[in-house]
Write a protein of this length. Structure first.
Length: 179
């Protein structure tokens, strides 16, 4: 297949617009979940315009392998870019819940030393008493928190859940008033 400079430019444009399209779409879903209607509508318009252009160029000739590959590759890269942009721009929170049969106080102490706020509750599990620990944190801190927990009690049960909204309290050493 002999590709002209114009054909290569079309391939590049399809790829870039598809990355842009999917990246905006990923980010827009986060904006929707946070209730920002106007911004999500504007992003939806831009997203659909980029999609319309790219799909029109690809669907017009499905045997054009470079355009097809640019479209598919742009989707893959756009998914990654959208998640990366979201992680940079959106501050999200998680709830880390720990159920420890032993050394719950040690886990709480280590987490507090590492800068995490922790609430302790005593409970009863299938095999007897357990310590329940709950910590709300920035999702960016999850890996570090899990490492602190594993260093103290490797077999503690841990669940991580999204915290949709966080209001008033302490997030580690920082005071939260609104989010």
């Amino acid at each position: 297949m002999n590709m002209t400079p114009e054909a290569w430019l079309t391939v590049l444009l399809i790829f870039i617009l598809r990355v842009f399209n999917v990246g905006i779409g990923t980010f827009r879903l986060v904006i929707i979940s946070r209730g920002q209607k106007l911004l999500s509508a504007v992003l939806g318009f831009i997203e659909s315009a980029a999609f319309a252009y790219t799909i029109a160029n690809v669907a017009a000739d499905l045997s054009n392998l470079p355009n097809f590959l640019a479209y598919c590759g742009g989707f893959s890269v756009g998914s990654y870019v959208g998640m990366w942009v979201e992680s940079l721009l959106i501050r999200s929170f998680v709830s880390v819940n720990v159920i420890a049969k032993e050394n719950g106080a040690g886990i709480a102490h280590a987490m507090r030393q590492a800068g995490f706020g922790v609430t302790i509750t005593q409970g009863e599990g299938r095999d007897g008493e357990v310590t329940l620990l709950r910590s709300i944190m920035s999702s960016r801190d999850t890996v570090r928190a899990l490492q602190v927990i594993r260093n103290i009690q490797e077999n503690a049960f841990v669940s991580v859940e999204p915290a949709v909204s966080v209001y008033r309290g302490y997030l580690g050493r920082a005071r939260i008033t609104e989010h």
